[in-house]
Design a protein around this ligand. Structure first.
Ligand SMILES: Cc1ncc(COP(=O)(O)O)c(C=O)c1O
Length: 397
């Protein structure tokens, strides 16, 4: 082999030795469109790893919307939105999103990763300070690094620590507090009310990533900030369409002036091609389903409660919170991988999450329930999870 790659080979061996090498499993969707079963390398599995919380990723209305948009507008945007890639569908859907979130305006981005990078790099730079929860998503961390602002990480959900940092670095030019609303690998939620209070007290901007809250919380799925009645006090309300929406893309909802500013400053929006028309159409259609069908959210809540309580009763250590994300903490990477492998043998898709996605020593199985799971399916899965957990010594009961 080419000796120029020796260091890569060495690093890959080290990753493998530490059970940290990743690979791409080959997935085939099931013909049944609820998304709750998938095929991985020829085996049919109950899907307990999906972010398709409401089970609408294969909904006939989304598929139809994609077909019609493709027929009308073609397959690609063909340019940046600021050049000739900005067809009228974008504006219709942005108006829908802003109205839903109860904000003046919305801006669609290619995906959640880019929306986070775009917002943070536009709003802060050298001489500014960003205060970010230690468990925030990697796209927030990357946005802060790219922004060149000073990066202060507060202990997870620790408002005293945040306040201490805000006091200590109070003379920064601009201050931005940023948090996930629902933490993607832990399933718990941020203390949003306290964060709005600190925002006001320290004259900072507040950005909340509702990737896992949108579609799931709020009467019409508006998100956790809305459910708590503070959606107007969050300066940057970000959400993705890759999770409960069952499609792709992301958006930021905010005041007009802030959206106009982002449109002018966001490199991940300016220097990339607009989303394909089919995708934008599915965002609009998914939003209609999310608003019109609260029963999906109610079932999701019931499924989450059932799954969480049953695993707790079985003796597992879980994350706190009431979201559809229910992590079972295992500890060592190798144990988590083995747990996941045996779950797959039993007919369950549930991935092991390891560093660097989560802190070292906290490898876990991240279960996520969907509205389309039945209680019988979840009950069966819990039996298998408990059996394997006992065999591996994760639980003793
Ligand atoms: C909290 C959070 N923010 C942002 C993202 C990125 O979203 P997307 O997958 O649309 O890029 C994710 C998903 O991976 C996430 O969990």
């Amino acid at each position: 082999m080419n000796s120029r790659y020796d260091w890569i080979t060495k690093e890959m061996s080290e990753l493998a030795e530490r059970s940290l090498e990743r690979s791409l499993p080959l997935i085939t969707p099931d013909s049944e469109q609820s998304g709750k079963t998938i095929w991985i390398q020829g085996e049919k599995l109950l899907n307990l790893s999906s972010n398709n919380y409401l089970g609408i990723a294969g909904h006939p209305r989304l598929i139809e919307a994609a077909k019609q948009a493709t027929q009308q507008w073609g397959t690609g945007a063909t340019a940046s939105r600021l050049v000739v890639g900005n067809y009228s569908l974008y504006h219709q859907v942005e108006e829908q999103l802003a109205a839903w979130k109860g904000r003046e305006a919305a801006l669609i981005f290619p995906n959640g990763y880019m929306a986070n990078v775009a917002a943070i790099t536009s709003l802060v730079g050298r001489g500014d300070a960003v205060f970010s929860d230690k468990l925030n998503h990697a796209s927030i961390v990357d946005g802060i690094i790219l922004s060149r602002a000073d990066h202060y990480r507060y202990r997870h959900n620790d408002m005293e620590h945040l306040e201490h940092l805000l006091q200590k670095h109070g003379n920064a030019r601009r201050k931005l507090i940023v948090t996930d609303s629902i933490f993607s690998m832990d399933g718990d939620h941020a203390p949003i009310l306290e964060l709005t209070r600190l925002r006001d007290q320290y004259d900072a901007l507040l950005m909340v990533d509702e990737a896992h809250g949108s579609g799931v919380y709020g009467e019409q799925g508006e998100g956790l900030c809305h459910a708590l009645g503070v959606h107007e006090q969050v300066d940057v309300l970000m959400g993705t369409c890759s999770k409960a929406f069952g499609t792709y893309g992301a958006y930021i909802c905010a005041d007009h002036i802030l959206i106009r500013y982002l449109l002018n400053k966001s490199r991940p929006l300016i220097y990339t091609t607009g989303l394909p028309p089919a995708t934008v159409a599915t965002i609009g259609e998914a939003l209609r389903i999310i608003r019109e069908e609260p029963e999906r959210r109610e079932q999701l809540r019931r499924n989450g409660d059932f799954f969480r309580h049953a695993l707790t009763d079985a003796g597992f250590t879980l994350g706190t919170g009431d979201s559809p994300i229910i992590p079972v903490y295992v500890g060592e990477n190798q144990h988590a991988l083995e747990f996941s492998r045996q779950l797959r043998e039993a007919g369950i898709a549930a991935v092991a999450i390891r560093p660097p996605t989560v802190p070292a020593g906290t490898a876990r199985i991240r279960f996520s329930v969907m509205a389309t799971h039945t209680i019988e399916e979840l009950d069966w899965a819990i039996g298998e999870i408990a059996r394997i957990g006992r065999e591996l010594g994760v639980i003793t009961s």
